[in-house]
Design a protein around this ligand. Structure first.
Ligand code: TXA
Ligand code: MG
Length: 348
């Protein structure tokens, strides 16, 4: 059975954290909140524990894990060396939603990195994650705590839905703040390159590393890509998603006509709708799942994965959504996840 420990998110109870930390040290699997999404933690230097993570998530072995540490100093033994750029980024963005890919030392098991010569490292800022890492005093490998085919969990209930009975413990620290996974930046090559967009966007990174660049979201399903976890069919609901693109009026018009046509032909349709659009989409004969105001991209990011899960629960034939058009550091990451979720292009 999976034990759920409910903790105070801002000031987690020491005895509860100590129990979760002890479970990790002993090779157990513990889900815990970070500021981005819930992670499924395991002792990063314990191969058996790492293999259990892949089994619990049904995650393919070629998809490497992020190693979480309490502070930059704790990353040093895991790395071949600590380049200046990594120190600079850490000084500015750690603890926080940034993952750095660096050349690894021989201490890191192949199982963690899927055989790559690099390792992904992050120092999370969530008080529960910090307390757990400080208490465990070990590096903790933690992918998002969802089944491989499901959206990342932003609440403990999502972890229960996917992994109950498969893992030892869930530390419930309430909903996560950011709602989308960390920015992943590869520092192992000549040019610092964003592999996965997140809350820390290219503009913010360029303030520290002016030559940083972004490898655009056009990841295809091949094993050869630098971030093998970035498969297109990932971060997605089970229900097919159609993404309508363009400025607000254009996309809303396309989405409305698409909904009318589908409803008329007997399909059950879910409209994943920004708050501002609800009144225009209300009477189309489709179900509405409300995101948040498009004018508040941080709120959209925080709710996106929970909304994906709610859409799936409705068991519809299709989910229609439109691009986010407001500009914010999180907008690129939201658009990236919408594009990945949309396996269908609108057949207009
Ligand atoms: O916000 C987050 O990053 C969350 C929380 C729990 O920290 N974790 C997370 O882990 O999203 P996961 O396993 O779901 O995603 C890890 C991503 C994958 O896209 C993986 O391919 C990439 O990081 N990654 C891990 N190690 C890598 C490496 N050595 N080189 C390139 N990409 C790597
Ligand atoms: Mg994941």
């Amino acid at each position: 059975m999976t034990e759920v420990l409910r903790v105070d998110p801002a000031n987690p109870e020491k005895e509860l954290i100590a129990r979760a930390a002890e479970c990790l040290r002993a090779g157990g699997l513990v889900a815990f909140p970070t500021e981005t999404v819930y992670g499924l933690g395991a002792h990063a230097l314990d191969r058996t524990a790492i293999l259990r993570v892949f089994a619990a998530k049904e995650r393919p072995a070629n998809d490497p894990l992020i190693v979480h540490v309490a502070a930059l100093d704790d990353a040093v033994p895991l790395l071949e060396d600590l380049p200046r750029v990594a120190r600079d980024l850490a000084a500015r963005f750690w603890p926080g939603p940034l993952t750095m890919v660096l050349m690894r030392s021989t201490l890191v098991p192949d199982e963690v990195t899927a055989g790559l010569r690099t390792v992904a490292i992050r120092v999370p800022s969530h008080p529960v994650a910090r307390a757990l890492l400080e208490g465990a005093r070990i590096p903790v490998a933690a992918p998002s705590a969802n089944l491989f085919s499901r959206p990342s969990p932003t609440r403990a209930a999502h972890v229960v839905a996917d992994l109950n009975g498969r893992i030892d413990m869930i530390v419930d620290g309430g909903p996560t703040e950011v709602g989308l996974e960390s920015t992943v930046i590869d520092l192992s090559g000549a040019v610092p390159t964003i592999l996965r967009p997140g809350a820390i966007d290219l503009d913010a990174l360029r303030q520290v590393l002016p030559d940083a660049t972004s490898r655009q979201a056009a990841a295809s399903d091949t094993a050869a890509m630098p971030s093998p976890g970035m498969l297109a069919k990932h971060y997605s609901p089970k229900t097919p998603v159609v993404l309508h693109q363009g400025d607000r009026a254009t996309a809303l018009g396309l989405m409305t006509r698409d909904a009318q046509r589908r409803v008329a032909s007997g399909e059950t349709v879910v409209l994943l709708s920004y708050a501002e659009d609800v009144s225009q989409l209300r009477d189309l004969g489709a179900r509405i799942v409300e995101l948040a105001a498009e004018a508040s991209p941080a709120a959209v990011a925080a709710r996106l994965y929970a909304a994906f899960r709610e859409c799936d629960e409705l068991g519809a034939d299709v989910i229609l959504v439109r691009s986010i058009t407001t500009s914010h550091p999180l907008s690129g990451a939201i658009q990236d996840r919408l594009c990945r979720a949309a396996v269908l292009t609108p057949d207009t």
